[in-house]
Write a new protein. Structure first.
Length: 258
C-alpha cells in the first residue's frame, strides 16, 4: 500500500468539480507542504546514497525551473490587475520588495526575467523544459529592457525567438547573453536604417501660388539634403548691415533670386 503523509492528504483538498482557481490554490498548498516535508527529509542528506543525492538534486533543479515558469504569468496578471496599489507604493517592484523583504534590486530582477520569458515566444515552455534557466531569463531581461518596444517585439517573436531558445539550450548564461546582445545590435542597426528609409520616403518639395503674387514653398528633406540647402542659404546671406531691417527668414527668401 502506498504511504501518503497526512499533511499531504490535508493539503490536497481539491474542489469537487474541476475549477481552475480552486485547483491552483490546492496545488499551491500541495507545493508548499511537499517542500516542507522534503526539507525535513533532507536533514539526513549526509547519510543518503550517492544516487539519492543525484535524484533529489535533479528534482530540485527541475522544480525550480517549472516553478519559475508557473510564477511568471501569475506575476504578470497580478501586476496588470492593479490590486496591489496603495499609498506609498509607487510600482509593482516596490510592492514585491515590501511583501518579500528582498529589496527592489532583487524584485526588479525577478520581474524583469518573468516579463522577458513571458514575452518570448515559447519562453515559458523552454524554461519549464530546462532549455532555458532562470539566469538565462534574467540576462535576456537585462538586454530587452533597454530596447524600444517595436525592436523588443521583433527580438522576442518568430524566428528570433526560436534562435534565442536554441542558444539558451546550448550555451551558459554569459555566452548566451553575448549572442543575444549581438542579435539585438544587428536588429537595432537594421531598425535605424529602415526608419531612415521610411523617413526619406516622405521627402518632397512643393511650390504653390499664393495671394499677392507670392509663391508658397512647402517641403520635407532628409538631414543631408537639408544641410546642403542651409549651407547654400547661409553663403548667400552674409551678416547684414546695421541698416538692414529684414529678418533672417526674409534675407534667406531674397537669396533665392539674387
Amino acid at each position: 500500500m502506498v504511504r501518503v503523509p497526512e499533511s499531504l492528504r490535508a493539503a490536497a483538498c481539491f474542489p469537487p468539480e474541476a475549477d481552475a482557481q480552486g485547483d491552483a490554490r490546492a496545488w499551491a498548498r500541495v507545493m508548499v507542504t511537499a517542500a516542507r516535508e522534503l526539507r525535513a527529509a533532507c536533514q539526513d542528506a549526509k547519510a543518503w546514497a550517492p544516487d539519492v543525492h543525484v535524484e533529489v538534486m535533479s528534482a530540485f533543479d527541475e522544480a525550480s525551473r517549472v516553478l519559475a515558469a508557473a510564477k511568471a504569468p501569475v506575476l504578470a496578471a497580478q501586476e496588470a490587475s492593479g490590486t496591489w496599489k496603495a499609498p506609498g507604493v509607487g510600482s509593482f517592484e516596490q510592492f514585491r520588495a515590501k511583501t518579500t523583504r528582498t529589496g527592489t534590486g532583487a524584485t526588479r530582477k525577478e520581474l524583469g526575467a518573468a516579463r522577458a520569458v513571458t514575452q518570448l515566444d515559447g519562453g515559458l515552455d523552454a524554461l519549464s523544459a530546462g532549455a532555458m534557466t532562470s539566469v538565462h531569463a534574467e540576462r535576456l531581461a537585462t538586454i530587452t529592457d533597454k530596447l524600444p518596444e517595436p525592436l523588443k517585439h521583433t527580438l522576442l517573436t518568430g524566428a528570433n525567438a526560436r534562435k534565442i531558445t536554441d542558444l539558451a539550450s546550448r550555451l551558459d548564461a554569459a555566452r548566451f547573453a553575448t549572442q543575444v546582445e549581438n542579435m539585438a545590435a544587428a536588429l537595432s542597426a537594421r531598425h535605424v536604417e529602415d526608419a531612415h528609409q521610411a523617413a526619406r520616403e516622405r521627402r518632397h518639395v512643393e511650390m504653390t501660388p499664393a495671394p499677392g503674387g507670392m509663391v508658397r514653398i512647402n517641403g520635407l528633406l532628409d538631414a543631408g539634403a537639408g544641410h546642403v540647402v542651409q549651407v547654400a542659404l547661409d553663403a548667400a546671406t552674409p551678416r547684414p548691415s546695421a541698416d538692414d531691417t529684414r529678418t533672417k527668414a526674409q534675407r534667406q527668401a531674397d537669396a533665392l533670386h539674387t
